[in-house]
Design a protein around this ligand. Structure first.
Ligand SMILES: NC(=O)c1ccc[n+]([C@@H]2O[C@H](COP(=O)([O-])OP(=O)(O)OC[C@H]3O[C@@H](n4cnc5c(N)ncnc54)[C@H](O)[C@@H]3O)[C@@H](O)[C@H]2O)c1
Length: 381
């Protein structure tokens, strides 16, 4: 059993999700490694936050407000870093220079130059496992669709749609947060926040967006600033990207990527739809067990649905008839990251985290989408 000494930088929403996955390691079966939370860092450490970590992780030996101290800690092998987007280039580059494996958060750099700077650091340290967080493709329904894609089950792809829909910003009285500011979230707006989630499956399946026509909207233009006044919302709330995509066989098809922070009725809906000449599928985290498919062999065309259940890539003690959820996908993604550190390759391509090269392609796509919005034009990716 190999122990991976683990550090977390950024203890907000996602920092605690990943820590919770580490605490639940006993849930996984047949793995020859386990992480041990050795160090945590956040710029500010409210007492309740630090206590939560100290009380739940007896292995914790370092608590700091300076990320440099955590990176310099020789007792840390790998780091998860979840900080606002304007800090990605600075912190991810420092982690790579410090010789630590990195699971970073999307969009992996606030913009294309920041992403390029991170990848340049990585080229100087090729032995490190550096990956980007994206958990939804670890839902068993999506793993199953990956297998269908690998087997060529769809025939020629006619059309595809992926997306991530939230309604968390529907309420105009919700106070502003950093994701509504250009300085901290970046010009991509919702694409930087949610876009990579909708690219993970397409890029891993070998779909290459050749060009894009994007329509971006800023729906709620100001919000309460939390101090009695109003503050401008500078970033795009919703984005619809229509891409001319090409698969590994060189066949072109329309791929629509939707990312919306203002999608009435949707709480955290990640979806994937593929329409092919031989088979079509629909999956959404709205109904996480359900996989809809249509196999066309001539004659009647009928959609069918099955309960996929808990058939995860990394085996757990949960039986296959049970439901799979968000925190399960985080556990699977965390396993995938550590698996690559220990084994030097993913368990299988569909069970691997997003690579730095895939983040670079997402930055090309989102940068082209900004040009498309500005010029009402179709732009080469
Ligand atoms: N994978 C997902 O499903 C998912 C979900 C939400 C957010 N995210 C991503 O996670 C990242 C963080 O988002 P969040 O929602 O957790 O943010 P958050 O605001 O909840 O937390 C950010 C944390 O970063 C810390 N921080 C800020 N500056 C720092 C510094 N210089 N050094 C150390 N710590 C610092 C803050 O103290 C805070 O604890 C973003 O990249 C975001 O896009 C991913």
């Amino acid at each position: 059993m190999k122990t991976i000494r683990f550090g977390i930088i950024g203890l907000g929403l996602m920092g605690r999700e990943i820590a919770s996955a580490v605490a639940r390691w006993c849930h996984l079966e047949d793995l020859d490694f386990r992480p041990e939370l050795a160090a945590i860092c956040s710029r500010t450490l409210p007492p309740g936050r630090a206590d939560w970590f100290k009380n739940n992780f007896p292995t914790l030996r370092q608590v700091t407000t300076d990320y440099r101290e955590l990176i310099a800690n020789p007792e840390v092998d790998a780091i998860y870093c979840a900080v606002p987007h304007h800090l990605h280039a600075e912190l991810y580059s420092a982690i790579i220079r410090g010789g630590k494996h990195l699971l970073g958060e999307k969009p992996f750099g606030i913009d294309q130059p920041a992403n390029a700077a991170i990848l340049a650091e990585l080229r100087a340290r090729p032995g490190l496992v550096v990956r980007c967080s994206s958990e939804f493709p670890f839902f068993p329904g999506v793993q199953r669709i990956f297998r269908m894609a690998e087997e060529g089950a769809f025939g020629r792809i006619i059309e595809a749609g992926t997306g991530f829909l939230h309604s968390s910003d529907l309420d105009p009285a919700k106070p502003i947060n950093w994701k509504r500011t250009l300085k901290l979230n970046g010009e991509y707006g919702v694409m930087g926040d949610l876009g990579l989630h909708g690219c993970h499956f397409p890029f891993r399946a070998g779909w290459n967006p050749l060009n894009v026509r994007a329509i971006l909207s800023n729906i709620v233009t100001e919000r309460p600033d939390g101090k009695g006044g109003m503050a401008p919302c500078e970033t795009w709330d919703n984005a619809t990207l229509l891409c001319d995509a090409e698969d590994r066989q060189g066949t072109r098809f329309p791929w629509t990527l939707k990312t919306q922070r203002i999608a009435p009725g949707q709480k955290n809906t990640w979806y994937l739809e593929i329409c092919g000449t031989k088979a079509s599928v629909r999956f959404s985290t709205k109904n996480p067990k359900r996989l809809e498919f249509l196999n066309y062999t001539g004659g009647e065309q009928a959609w069918q649905e099955i309960d996929v259940g808990y058939t995860s890539a990394f085996k757990t003690l949960t039986g296959e008839i049970f439901e799979f959820g968000f925190s399960d996908s985080i556990l699977q993604m965390t396993s995938a990251f550590f698996y690559e550190i220990v084994h030097g390759r993913p368990l299988r391509p569909s069970a691997g985290c997003v690579t730095p090269e895939e983040t670079a392609l997402s930055h090309r796509l989102f940068t082209a989408a900004l040009r498309s919005q500005a010029g009402s034009s179709t732009e080469t990716v």
